[in-house]
Write a protein that binds this ligand. Structure first.
Ligand code: BGC
Length: 731
């Protein structure tokens, strides 16, 4: 039977009266206070053993999900089912494989990001799963080649934070528990389970903790502590990280679970703020650190009963918070829950495409007589067919990276198929050479009006090695000799369009050195809608509107960071990605926030309202930190006009330059707004700056402080394409 949401079922039953799904789902959600009240009365009815069960997974390989805890029948509490991951449900039979986080970030479209979260939540609930293990804000993207960057939302904390909040609200509004992971400083795959990361307090707050504060502010139900150590202590038994930062400073009310097998102690983990151990045993089913060990620790007084009560209370409260205590479906990973959600996959895949280069307006295509398509990534390979476990291969068209954060594709739209079917309506002949071998290219591209070359770069989680890449990428070059392939095509055809499907930046210099390369379409990671989304852009049905969520450098060494072989002291501090390029005065090839359209946008009339005063935040602690950090203290507005000839959408971006005394990066993203504008029309865009957006972390005062002095607000089309500037003096 096809899955219906509760709202759909009700609206069908109520005949003519349509019941808006959002209202119903959101009404089911409680405040934390109400959820805690219910949790407290349930807790009063639990035995000590029940409480131990709630906090201890049943062990690896047992239960329907990758993580499970036992049911507590006396309070109607189910066997909690926790399943990966950040782009939809892993190991399910008939779900959508949503776009990876990095593609969602590339859209810079809050509504699409929120809808993506909601749809993932609906599918998760439809399968009876309680906790979906995402979204990801760690890694943040300190390393351009970090293996799991593609699971999250790009190399900027503000962009990550907004996307985390929208995703979590979307997911939890649909009635499931979200999980913000991996907490924290888990920036690389190499040695992730042994290394220690150390970072200065200010960088911790302004970069790595920042998006987790947004997640907590969005009432995220759970947080996953990471595998690595922080300052020598494992993340999952780190009092400074879990108790002090997350629970006290950010006021997190939900529960902390381990990454899978990231627990190393019984007592220290318990006293340092861990609330749930996953999967409950090691991967051989042997070592169990909580369960009976936790009972013994309580009996001998090494762990207080009140601490275990707090763990169980937090877990129960999160369950009540999202309304899972009534009418929640039973677990069935085989149900078809796709509904019409693929519309979001296509929209995100399409609107996340970034047009990097378009000489002579070669795009959109204008009814070509012949098109030549070249490269293995033009056609479905093993990857698209789910032939490789956890998508651990890069053969054929690419839609996502590899690892636990993947899902099976229900179908896969490959570029060659989508282009062929679209080309028919124009009477275009399409020749395809779906290999990366340069020998085959001439017959495909000879005499073609344009040649489209497909290249890729892949990465993933370190437990799988693909073509010699053990998670993190070995380099930033295109895979499968992509540079040679482009050169071979550019030697024959004068109108070469390069389409890049990639987990993150690649170095494009060799490709740009070919004068016949006229266009570069950065198609990112479009999941199952790879081909369809590309056709939407290539043919101009939609003007491209994606913007880079990271910097594309001229040389890999320009990023200034490299994967650590041992421990990592994060010596670059605040200066990662564009913050580093700006400070060190390095010209990127394509800067953070960059992306072209088929139309032009002009900016005018910047204005600033509000007169924030310098000084420290003072509010009481709410989820997300001090309450006043979330208050709007200034609003910057600007008018954006579409001065070109076709409809398009622009992502207007606000970067803040702090007073010199703040020693801050030259510019930091603190606002963005995507707006669709018809040709010749204009739109006013406003950026609301919250107190935190104009504050710096003062490590001495241990608080956020608005510095006195002159602020500069840069508004424009990218981090370097500034169109309007305004100043504000804070006294
Ligand atoms: C990953 C997590 C994932 C977990 C369960 C770990 O290896 O780091 O992101 O949720 O496995 O599959």
């Amino acid at each position: 039977m096809r899955f219906q949401t509760l709202a759909a079922a009700l609206s069908a039953a109520s005949g003519a009266i349509a019941v808006p799904a959002d209202n119903i789902l959101e009404k089911r959600a409680l405040t934390w206070e109400a959820a805690y009240a219910k949790a407290n009365s349930a807790l009063a009815r639990l035995s000590s053993n029940d409480k131990i069960n709630i906090v201890t997974g049943v062990g690896w390989g047992k239960g329907a999900c990758v993580g499970n805890t036992p049911a507590i029948n006396s309070i109607g509490y189910p066997s909690l089912c926790l399943q990966d991951g950040p782009l939809g449900v892993r190991y399910a039979k008939s779900v959508n494989a949503f776009t990876p986080g990095i593609q969602a970030a590339s859209t810079w479209d809050r509504a699409l990001i929120r809808e993506r979260g909601k749809f993932m939540g609906e599918e998760t609930k439809g399968l009876g799963i309680h906790v979906l293990l995402g979204p990801v804000a760690g890694p943040l993207g300190k390393h351009a080649n970090g293996g799991r960057n593609w699971e999250g939302f790009g190399a900027d904390p503000y962009l990550q934070g907004i996307a985390m909040a929208e995703t979590i609200e979307g997911m939890q509004g649909a009635g499931i528990q979200a999980n913000a992971k991996h907490f924290i400083l888990n920036e690389q795959e190499l040695n992730r389970e042994t290394m220690s990361s150390t970072v200065d307090d200010r960088t911790m707050h302004e970069l790595y903790l920042w998006p987790f504060a947004d997640a907590v502010h969005a009432n995220v139900a759970s947080v996953m502590c990471s595998y690595n150590k922080i300052n020598g202590t494992w993340a999952c038994e780190n009092d400074g990280i879990l108790n002090k930062l997350l629970k006290q400073e950010l006021g997190f009310k939900g529960y902390v679970m381990t990454d899978w097998n990231a627990q190393h102690s019984t007592e220290q983990a318990a006293t340092s703020g861990l609330d749930m151990t996953m999967p409950g045993s090691d991967f051989n089913g042997g070592t169990v650190l909580w369960g009976s060990k936790l009972s013994q620790a309580i009996s001998s007084g090494r762990v207080q009963q009140s601490r275990v009560d707090d763990m169980a209370r937090r877990i129960l409260a999160a369950w009540y918070l999202v309304g899972q205590d009534s009418g929640y479906p039973g677990v069935n990973l085989n149900a078809n829950v796709q509904g019409s959600h693929k519309s979001n996959v296509r929209a995100v895949a399409r609107d996340g495409i970034v047009l990097l280069k378009n000489d002579g307006n070669i795009l959109p295509l204008k009814k070509p007589s012949k098109l030549g398509l070249v490269g293995s990534a033009a056609a479905v390979g093993q990857h698209g067919q789910n032939a490789c476990s956890d998508q651990g291969c890069n053969t054929g068209a690419l839609g996502m990276g590899w690892g636990s954060g993947t899902a099976s594709y229900p179908y896969f739209s490959a570029p060659a198929d989508a282009i062929r079917s679209r080309a028919q309506s124009d009477g275009t002949q399409v020749s395809v050479s779906s290999t990366d071998n340069t020998n085959g290219v001439s017959s495909a591209v000879n005499g073609a009006d344009a040649a489209i070359v497909f290249i890729t770069s892949d990465a993933g989680e370190g437990y799988i090695t693909v073509e010699g890449n053990a998670g993190d990428r070995n380099n930033l070059d295109p895979w499968h000799s992509g540079n040679d392939l482009v050169k071979a095509v550019a030697a024959i055809n004068k109108n070469v369009i390069v389409v890049v499907h990639s987990v993150g930046p690649i170095i494009l210099e060799t490709i740009l050195a070919q004068p016949n390369v006229k266009a570069i379409v950065w198609a990112g990671l479009p999941s199952q809608e790879n081909g369809n989304a590309l056709v939407d852009i290539l043919y101009g049905d939609t003007a491209p509107s994606g913007k880079l969520p990271y910097t594309i450098a001229k040389s890999a060494s320009d990023y200034g960071t490299s994967i650590s072989r041992g421990n990592d002291n994060f010596g670059e501090g605040l200066f990662i990605d564009y913050r580093h390029f700006d400070k060190a005065n390095i010209a990127p090839r394509y800067e953070f926030g960059f992306g072209l359209s088929y139309t032009n946008f002009t900016y005018s009339g910047i204005s600033v309202e509000g007169t924030p005063k310098s000084g420290a935040a003072t509010g009481s602690i709410i989820p997300g930190g001090r309450a006043d950090l979330w208050d709007t203290v200034a609003t910057v507005s600007v008018t954006v006009a579409n001065s070109g000839s076709v409809k398009g959408a622009e992502v207007a971006q606000l970067y803040v330059g702090y007073p010199a005394s703040a020693n801050a990066p030259p510019k930091q993203l603190r606002g963005f707004e995507k707006t669709a504008i018809a040709a010749g029309a204009k739109s006013t865009v406003s950026f609301e700056l919250r107190r935190r957006d104009v504050s710096v972390w003062d490590a001495t005062r241990q608080n956020w402080v608005i510095p006195a002095g002159e602020f500069t607000f840069y508004v424009g089309s990218s981090s370097r394409d500034v169109r309007q500037t305004a100043k504000l003096t804070v006294s």
